[in-house]
Write a protein that binds this ligand. Structure first.
Ligand SMILES: [Zn+2]
Length: 247
């Protein structure tokens, strides 16, 4: 599949949010770089204006938006971190983060947060994407395939398996700045909480989707196993659709 994340000449976030052309590649980008405006680490097709100047871009502290959230982590990481040597462990985590980022960028998502062995991605902000739930599922499947290919750690101690757990949910979120000591934006709200819980409930190799996401990828979710989960902090059991590497 063709990758798009290293082609944009102008920031796709600033364009989609403000119709403002901010050069991020080529000679026109040089004066912007001098001013400290560069490509964002969240996605190389957006710039540090949309990463750090949410209030400037949106003219308010936070906004309500529809987005798809993806959480991914290395299952059994705590156990693994007690048994692997630190160099191998950090290699493994950086391979994981690199593979996740490539997969997420290929589908126009952003890597919003990295927390140790896990990460949170947002689809449909600041790069707009009509089919953001489908894009997130495609990214999730890419993450599983990439990690299955790359994680061939023949020298892992016997009995130690390595796998990724992923959760994807879509709905209303609040996006903006919620911290007084950080200037980058994030997403909060029930949709984000459910996604984090889904990821925590995913076994190695699994992608757990809510009904709302499955409805957007009917061709992929058809025939997938379903499971009812009692998620911490959520009253009703949640029906989830389970994608594995065979899907
Ligand atoms: Zn931008």
């Amino acid at each position: 599949m063709a990758t798009t994340h290293d082609h944009a000449r102008i920031c796709r976030g600033c364009w989609d949010q403000m119709r403002m052309p901010i050069p991020i590649r080529g000679p026109l980008a040089i004066p912007f770089r001098v001013l400290g405006i560069t490509r964002s680490k969240m996605n190389p097709n957006i710039c540090t204006i949309c990463e750090r100047s949410f209030r400037y871009v949106k003219k308010q502290r936070h906004i309500s938006a529809t987005a798809t959230i993806l959480f991914a982590d290395i299952r059994g990481y705590t156990h693994m971190s007690e048994r692997l040597d630190p160099v191998m462990l950090s290699d493994l985590v950086s391979v994981f983060h690199d593979q996740c980022a490539q997969a997420i960028w290929d589908h126009d998502g952003i890597v919003n947060k990295q927390m140790g062995d896990g990460l949170m991605a947002i689809f449909n902000f600041p790069i707009k994407s009509e089919r953001h739930a489908a894009a997130a599922v495609a990214a999730a499947r890419d993450i599983q395939h990439r990690c299955a290919e790359r994680f061939t750690f023949a020298d892992l101690p016997a009995g130690m398996a390595l796998g990724i757990g992923i959760g994807v949910h879509t709905g209303q979120v609040e996006i903006g700045e919620f911290s007084t000591f950080r200037s980058d934006f994030t997403a909060i709200g029930g949709t984000v909480n459910v996604t984090a819980r889904l990821q925590a409930a995913a076994a190695a190799g699994e992608i757990l989707l809510t009904d709302e996401v499955a409805a957007q990828v009917a061709d992929i979710a058809a025939g997938a196993a379903t499971r009812r989960l009692d998620l911490k902090g959520i009253e009703q059991p949640v029906l989830v659709h389970v994608l594995t590497n065979s899907f």
